[in-house]
Design a protein around this ligand. Structure first.
Ligand code: ZN
Length: 307
């Protein structure tokens, strides 16, 4: 019964997602009616049943179970084929690659949440592994679509009592989070913020490529105001204290200092009251006015009073 409920739930979700996709088209497009089943259709085929005769015109199959025989048989019945792809499912991976194990707020490896085992979403090896799998899948088979399944953190919401631990607090994620402490630029209408480094030219762009794209985007903007924000936090295992540092300034018209690795914006951000961009300041000068310096100063002040 539970399996049936889960199956129908997924089935409805699939139809809903596909319906939404169709309804988001700007121009009225041809409606594609998809009546799919999730799972390997072999038991039907073993009984010589034709799925079209059963009112089904698509199959959704775990990507690891797809092979050319299945595709050929589906095509001969004029069935559409969609691959289910276990995007952030870490089962069978984290056991062999503990560096990708999701970490909870206490710094411990999380346990499986019911039957689901998540993964650290930023661990480079895992990301590469999944991207390679997806590319190989698309190169190997002529599919009608890919269902990006498990696009969520380590959690289990398909249970009557959902398991929703907070993850991931590994070094990769904390490092990425601190780098992502972003910038707000009113002229760019919320395009940046926490996703600053992944914006525009993209996550894999070099610092120079990223900054070139950014300066082109800002070229005709008269309002060059910007605000850097950084959040520093302290967690003692029970309570979390967070401190926010902000620095207001402007984006210069040109690149004013050599780029510093990982922080290209510092070559074009000039804080209010400063005559130089961030990247041209000494560490001592920068720590007095920078968003990170301000957040850390608050943390230091709090620690001094509390400990
Ligand atoms: Zn992580």
């Amino acid at each position: 019964m539970y399996v049936n409920i889960k199956f129908y739930f997924r089935f409805i979700l699939l139809l809903t997602a596909l319906g939404l996709f169709i309804s988001c088209e700007q121009k009225p497009a041809k409606t594609v009616e998809i009546r799919g089943i999730y799972g390997n259709p072999k038991p039907f085929w073993d009984k010589d049943l034709n799925l079209i005769d059963l009112g089904v015109n698509a199959i959704f199959v775990h990507s690891g179970s797809i092979d050319h025989d299945m595709i050929n048989r589906a095509r001969s019945e004029e069935l559409m084929v969609f691959a289910e792809f276990a995007t952030l499912n870490g089962k069978n991976y984290v056991e062999k690659h503990p560096e990708a194990w999701a970490i909870n707020e206490k710094g411990e490896k999380v346990q499986a949440a019911s039957w689901f085992m998540g993964v650290c979403p930023t661990e480079p090896g895992f990301r590469q592994y999944r991207f390679d799998q997806l590319r190989d899948l698309l190169l190997e088979y002529d599919l009608d679509g890919v269902w990006m399944d498990y696009v969520h953190w380590h959690a289990q919401f398909e249970d009557p009592e959902p398991i929703l631990p907070e993850t991931c607090f590994c070094n990769h994620c904390l490092d990425d989070f601190s780098k992502d402490s972003g910038i707000e630029i009113p002229a760019m209408n919320g395009e940046l913020g926490l996703t600053t480094r992944r914006w525009g030219a993209g996550e894999s762009a070099s610092d120079h490529e990223w900054l070139t794209h950014f300066m082109n985007r800002m070229k005709n903007e008269k309002n060059r105001k910007a605000k850097f924000i950084s959040v520093t936090s302290f967690f003692d295992g029970n309570n979390l204290q967070a401190f926010t540092g902000e620095t207001h300034g402007t984006i210069t018209n040109n690149i004013e200092a050599p780029l510093k690795e990982g922080i290209p914006l510092s070559s074009v951000f000039q804080a209010e009251g400063s005559s130089k961009v961030y990247a041209a300041l000494t560490e001592a000068e920068k720590s007095k006015i920078s968003h990170r310096g301000k957040a850390l100063a608050q943390l230091k002040n709090w620690l001094t009073k509390t400990l």
